[in-house]
Design a protein. Structure first.
Length: 202
């Protein structure tokens, strides 16, 4: 069964007032994400070892295998973007009390968490992702991954929030100002309700 591009959980113009334009979402979701899905399906069709596997299984199976690098890149990006769209919200930026308590417990304060997340996102050289994850030790952590990699592939914990820091995710709205894009995400777009649900279901 072929992988499909998931519909956005909001309209293309729903985030414009909070710093992510309709043009960005149309390009990023309808073009970039679709291209990863199309490429992944092409690889699966030609490789019996991939057929019948879930997206998560393909990500883990292909990780670290040089001959499957193109498979991993596209599967990883499909997986990452599914989480990314859920990490954004037209009513983002407000942290539920239960998650705020956990963040304060593990980072010391919400401000410290945001500082660590911004550092991870802005110091990822080139393309990549920044993540809030629930580690195997039960503690929240901030991590970053290059290109199409993710916490699933690297056994870094369960992702609660993911931020795309590839240039195509912010260049229309923020040009080269990645730090401003990250701050805007944390304060206005981040779907902490989704992160809280991910945490509670762990």
């Amino acid at each position: 069964m072929a992988f499909e591009l998931p519909a956005l959980p909001y309209q293309h113009n729903a985030l414009a007032a909070r710093g992510m334009s309709q043009q960005t979402l149309e390009l990023h979701h309808d073009k970039h994400h679709q291209a990863y899905v199309t490429a992944l399906n092409g690889f699966v069709e030609k490789n019996e070892a991939l057929q019948g596997k879930s997206l998560e299984d393909i990500v883990k199976f292909a990780h670290g295998k040089a001959d499957l690098a193109p498979v991993f890149n596209n599967a990883g990006q499909h997986y990452n973007h599914i989480l990314f769209w859920q990490s954004l919200s037209p009513t983002g930026g407000t942290i539920p009390t239960s998650l705020e308590s956990k963040i304060t417990q593990d980072f010391g304060s919400v401000e410290t968490f945001k500082e660590q997340f911004k550092t991870a996102a802005t110091t990822q050289f080139g393309s990549g992702w920044a993540w809030l994850v629930l580690g195997t030790d039960g503690k929240l952590k901030v991590t970053k991954t290059p290109n199409g990699s993710n916490p699933l592939a690297e056994d870094a914990g369960k992702p609660l929030l993911g931020l795309d820091v590839w240039e195509h995710s912010y260049y229309v709205d923020f040009q080269n100002r990645r730090p401003d894009y990250v701050t805007n995400f944390l304060d206005k777009l981040a779907n902490y309700e989704f992160a809280d649900a991910q945490f509670k279901s762990a």
